[in-house]
Write a protein that binds this ligand. Structure first.
Ligand code: ADP
Length: 280
């Protein structure tokens, strides 16, 4: 086993049904090794298994066979991993308290954390996501981007060592989305938190160091983001086409001053351009 591995999925197989035939498994003899402090993108078409994989890493679902290791310890049947945070796309759904500071403290209270130290932890967690100013605010009045910050602060308060972002920016406006990306980079670089982001957005992919591209529950690509973008292969829906798209969108943004593109391929670009044309 690799020494600095934080998470290992060791030849896991998984099916949502009672299927016993391997051909019906969503994940089949799947192997993945995540090192401490990595910033990874999990990409792939809808239904390719991204959320299933992330749920398994968090311990929300158990593999049909194979083992999961966390920091070298077998955790396959241990349920939810408290060192791994999970942020979903709908920020509002993850909010549990009417006031920000209570929401950030919620997990601490549930884990029986010392009340005297709680305030300090809540404040330092809000500070880490640059949201100290929100401490006394009502959560339902916050923007989606601010709610995501509060959700992340709640996870940081629990000292999670890895955070999974499952299309966490997909419901945010362009500016909040970019702010969230900057925050992810900072959490990774400054606090050495392992980031696993599931995304369908090319620009988010560029924010990460490693890309895992799934197709029907299998890894088609696992390597550096820049290698992924410069992939000359034309038989998959990634590679050079994505690089050209990124170049095109960057030029478009300069001309239109509009940075609202959120997407992955030519189809997304066409619908983005139609939207821009309708606005004119
Ligand atoms: P992705 O995140 O890449 O869109 P998912 O992991 O959500 O893919 O889903 C992979 C496949 O598993 C899809 O065919 C989906 O319909 C199926 N699936 C996902 N969740 C469930 C579930 N709870 N029960 C049964 N099938 C599911």
């Amino acid at each position: 086993m690799t020494n600095n591995a934080q998470i290992i999925l060791d030849h896991i197989s998984f099916s949502y049904s009672e299927a016993t035939e391997k051909s019906h498994f969503l994940l089949n003899e799947f192997y993945l090794n995540v090192k401490k402090g990595e910033y990874i993108t999990i990409a792939g078409a809808n239904g390719s298994g991204k959320t299933t994989l992330a749920s398994m890493i968090k311990g929300l679902i158990t593999p049909t066979s194979g083992e999961i290791y966390y920091n070298g310890k077998k955790v396959t049947d241990c349920g939810m991993n408290s060192e791994i945070g999970y942020i979903f796309s709908n920020a509002e759904n993850q909010i549990v308290s009417p006031v920000v500071e209570d929401d950030v403290a919620f997990g601490l209270e549930n884990s029986g954390f010392n009340r005297q130290d709680m305030k300090g932890v809540v404040l330092s967690s809000l500070d880490k996501v640059d949201a100290l100013n929100l401490q006394k605010e009502l959560t339902h009045l916050l923007s989606g981007g601010e709610q995501q910050k509060v959700n992340i602060a709640g996870i940081l308060a629990l000292e999670c060592k890895c955070i999974i972002f499952d299309e966490a920016s997909s419901m945010l406006d362009p500016l909040s989305r970019r702010a969230l990306l900057r925050l992810l980079k900072e959490l990774n670089k400054q606090y050495k938190i392992t980031i696993i982001q599931i995304t369908h957005n090319l620009f988010e992919l560029l924010n990460s160091d490693r890309v895992i591209y799934l197709y029907s529950g299998q890894i088609l690509f696992d390597g550096k983001s820049e290698v992924f973008i410069n992939n000359k292969s034309s038989c998959y829906s990634f590679g050079e086409k994505q690089r050209l798209l990124i170049e095109f969108i960057q030029k478009l943004e300069k001309i239109t001053k509009d940075c609202s593109f959120y997407g992955w391929d030519l189809e997304d670009l066409v619908s983005h351009l139609s939207g821009l044309a309708e606005k004119k």
